[in-house]
Design a protein around this ligand. Sequence first.
Ligand code: PEP
Ligand code: MN
Length: 365
Amino acid sequence: MSPKFNIAPLQDWPIDTSFPFIISGPCSAESETQVLATAHALKATGKVSLLRAGIWKPRTRPNSFEGIGAPALEWLALAKEETGLPITTEVAKAAHVEACLKAGVDVLWIGARTTVNPFSVQEIADALKGVDIPVIVKNPINPDLQLWIGALERLQLAGIHQLMAMHRGFSSSQKSVYRNDPMWEIPIALMSQHPEVPIICDPSHISGKRELLLPVAQKAFDLGMLGVMIESHPNPEIALSDKEQQVVPSRFQEIIESIHFRRAHSQDINQEEALATLRSRIDEIDKGVIQLLSERMEVASEIGKFKKKHDITILQLERWIEIFNTRSEQAISLGFSKEFITNYLEHLHKESIRMQTEVMNSTKD
Ligand code: PEP
Ligand code: MN
């Protein structure tokens, strides 16, 4: 595990990061009118802590709208002046950082296509040496936690202490309802390994469509994330990028108002005690489950010895298929998801094969 990050307490950051920390604004800054209209409408909702707009847009295909570039920084600066909202935009290279610092951008974010590239992240980190500014690091497009942590480390080594992670989902070859698969286990692993790193979610780029924004945002808060970034546009139908996932500011407000903000702990001692009792049952059950798994592995290793003695292969496809089908059927009838039981059985089988391979390769009997 990498060493703990040294993150400045949130209350000392130059922007209001109090819970829930909410960022909104257009995917791309398209015109001065569009930026100002969005900023004023968002300000009026009273829900926004930070105004976003992409200025340099990393697009998949070259003939897409690639952002207005540096001139749009003036529109953002004007929006900040008129509404009092602090501003943020995405930086992908040193020149972007310099232009943003000159324009008074309050927070920088590193996009998923940049986090993936250590050369680019290092270039940004070098440009930030000696600068005290909050930086939000989106997860890389590929599901690689180390790469995400590595980007945070590069910034930390450059002296950045106002660091935040943003979960925006991962590219996946699997067909899915999401534009980017959330793979919640990855941000959960980041939170478990580095609880000191504040983390927020980007439901817009996970969802890719308006209908999923609320459930994704709700899930992010239910997992203990501190905030969300949701793209908004005065007229999403004519947006120059990401039109399917942008919402008008009034819908953004409805989404935020529909989120159920739950607390990590109950203030009521009786509730905490009731929870502790239920948890002690879970503790006992888990002990039993691990004990049973160990007994199962002992039998698997006995079978391994038998196969070795009689020169039988480790894998017998028909037996594995039978185990897979019967256990899946039982689990699904008990309410488990197909995905869960499949993952479980595959892991179990892999461990059995590992044990039996050890037995086969052992020089003893
Ligand atoms: C964005 O937030 O506009 C963006 C480009 O997102 P990502 O880096 O997550 O693709
Ligand atoms: Mn976007």
